[in-house]
Design a protein around this ligand. Structure first.
Ligand code: GTP
Ligand code: MG
Length: 360
């Protein structure tokens, strides 16, 4: 609700104008006429104060929209070779070539193709991270690579990953891994997958299947091709100019540098020096590094970067929002913290009531 007036916001939140103006006073904002437009950050803050969930909708008319790289997550059953596959793909990645090896662990990396196209892999391991991020509303990934070991077959977590992808409406590309093993039987895996309801391409569906080996690296180029083909069908694009919308892939604390966040920009450009509200945390971006550890100063869509300068540690899936001033970022994060705490307490209450009900 960019440019919403106090009057309009009051109506939408089901509150009186006076209530909202009181909140404005309490957070130290100027109180103008009810017909004056509020800033987007102030509007979010007020909505949070009255317990209304908000979503920021921007209009970027006339902005520059360009094709972007697909963001891919690898999932599958325990020991089927997810880490090995990512490691093998990582070796062909841009950073490995640029920096003579990966200098840091970023939680994401980019593989560049000879054609100039590229693929961004998230290596947040496991379903837990995927679910957590999805629960937080982050559209984490465009495509899921479902890894199935050719010598083992479809297992419980294979099916779980399939249903995660389905409910997130994310297309699957199957990688039948360990095809170097004598005991491997890719045809059997395909039959299993089909009987689980996955519409494989060679059976008339639209799910591509690639046979690979993370050990011998056979088929990796085919997998990358399949991913690019899938991405092409999806016609992935992003706005590249204007304020960034981004999310946290991973966050960790570095003793010397403080909180470090692996971020992925969804739209716009994130620029060093900007004030950001990140979930319930805030800060001013002090440095942006690409995955080779090089200072870049800015980040564009689907490019994983590491940002430095937050005051606290955000959570995977948190939104990164660019805010006008430090005052505002403080205000927003305080408001969001309060809201998180309220939500937590309410959940605990509900849980308690549910238990009492059950005991009855
Ligand atoms: P979790 O993270 O524990 O779920 O396992 P994962 O899916 O990441 O599997 P990981 O990459 O750790 O591989 C499990 C085992 O399978 C390791 O011993 C790997 O060396 C082996 N492995 C992985 N890929 C291949 C492959 O293509 N061929 C063969 N022969 N072995 C493989
Ligand atoms: Mg692993």
């Amino acid at each position: 609700f960019e440019g919403v007036t106090t009057l309009e916001l009051a109506k939408r939140c089901g509150q009186s104008v006076a209530t909202l103006q009181n909140i404005l006073v309490n957070v130290g904002e100027k109180v103008g006429s009810e017909f004056d437009p509020l800033g987007i950050d102030v509007a979010e803050l007020i909505a949070m104060e009255v317990g209304v969930n908000v979503k920021r909708l921007h209009s970027y008319e006339g902005s520059i929209v360009l094709p972007r790289a697909p963001v891919v997550t690898v999932m599958g059953h325990v020991d089927h070779g997810k880490t090995s596959l990512l490691d093998a793909l990582r070796q062909t990645s841009v950073a490995a070539k640029e920096a003579g090896g990966i200098t840091q662990h970023l939680g994401a990396f980019v593989v560049g193709m000879p054609s100039g196209a590229s693929i961004t892999f998230l290596d947040t391991p496991g379903h837990a991270a995927f679910s957590a991020m999805r629960a937080r509303g982050a559209a984490v990934t465009d495509i899921v690579v479902l890894v199935v070991a050719a010598d083992d077959g479809v297992m419980p977590q294979t099916i779980e990953a399939m249903s995660h992808a389905k409910s997130a409406d994310v297309p699957i590309v199957v990688a039948i891994n360990k095809c170097d093993k004598p005991a491997s039987d890719p045809e059997r895996i395909k039959v299993q997958l089909a009987s689980e309801g996955l519409p494989l391409e060679e059976m008339g569906g639209d799910v591509q299947v690639v046979e690979v080996s993370a050990v011998t690296k056979k088929g990796l180029d085919k997998l990358e091709e399949a991913l690019l083909l899938q991405a092409e069908l999806m016609d992935l694009k992003a706005r590249v100019d204007g304020a960034a919308q981004a999310y946290v892939v991973e966050a960790r604390l570095d003793r010397g540098r403080g909180p470090l966040v692996t971020a992925l920009v969804k739209a716009g450009t994130l620029v060093c020096g900007q004030h950001v509200a990140v979930g319930a945390e805030w800060g001013k971006i002090r440095a942006i590094r690409d995955m080779a550890g090089k200072l870049t100063g800015k980040a564009t869509p689907a490019m994983p970067v590491e940002i430095e300068g937050l005051k606290g540690l955000p959570m995977a899936g948190d939104d990164i929002t660019v805010v006008d001033s430090e005052e505002r970022t403080r205000m927003l994060s305080a408001g969001r913290k309060k809201k998180l705490e309220q939500d937590r307490l309410r959940k605990m209450d509900e849980e308690r009531l549910r238990k009492i009900d059950e005991e009855k």
